[in-house]
Design a protein around this ligand. Sequence first.
Ligand code: SF4
Length: 366
Amino acid sequence: MMQRRTDHLTALLERAAEGGRLNHADGLRLYREASLHDLGAAAHRRRTQLHPSREVSYVIDTTINYTNICNVHCSFCAFFRPEGHPEGYTMSHDEVLSRVEWAAAQGATQIMVQGGVNPDLAIGYYLELFEKISRRFPGVDIHSLSTSEICGIAKRENLGVDDVLQRLRSAGLKSLPGAGAEILVERVRKRISARKIDDDRWLEVMRVAQRLGMPTTATMMFGSIETDEERITHLDVLRELQDETRGFTAFIPWYYVPHKTPLRGREATGIDYLRVIAMSRLYLDNFAHIQASWLTPGLKLGELALVFGADDMGGTILEEKVVTLAGSTNHATRKDLEGAIRRAGYLPVIRDTYFNRREYPLATTA
Ligand code: SF4
């Protein structure tokens, strides 16, 4: 990778740091050729313009992986079990509710109910579950189900995505996480998750949800087989949809940990992570929030991400299994997250799913 500054590279960094739009070729050039320091400095400058306060937010949340039965069989996933497998499970409503209760007692304001695409589960399972959660825990936002699960329900019930989302929304589903995006490029999806919905379908589900008034996040799983160019293409398609809908609240890039899964690829490093965070801030000029997704790189890199363009520390993810089973061993308490934010020179604040401040005691006061 060439890292010598040219006039053109300097001009690109300057434009991006001031919020100017980069085209694909310029983005790729910056991503490949700018030094880590220059990229990080430009991204931090842009982040500071957008979020000048000395605060960094995080959400108290939990992920409830309610079923591991899945008919999609992604090659990077160590969590799922095929139908009929003796280790397959599906939680009863009471089991999910007791986990929500536990999380709410710790201050959680967001739950992510997320699992496999389980063809045995009718839409009634979700409708009843979300109604029960909304009734018993009105202070907890249901930010749940991936695009793949939504499409799985639509297929099973022979309904349109629009119908499914409207019914789920009436039951209490407020917003969708951006899960299942991986890399929104057909070549990559065919290689790593051939049975998953394609890139156009992922974007379509997001578009429908956002038009219904349900905010969503967007993610990127990098470090499998994608090229640099495909990473920028992924940012392109998200930026294009955001221009159209303004429905994405945040972008969350994270990298694949291959230890316990068959898929082998580029094996991303901490440096890649920081470059992607910085590039996301500079390229996604219409996204307000870039999250330091600390779960796979670890909290130390998450802390560094806060000076490479990220403005939010994500969530506590009290009970996550999908990424953990693939080999990530990172965990963080609220105290850990707040410590990382303070070490980066910021003050921790607690937010809800939609980036509104929530008044809740911090875990640390130091
Ligand atoms: S990543 Fe999701 S869709 Fe893919 S196999 Fe795992 S649980 Fe199923």
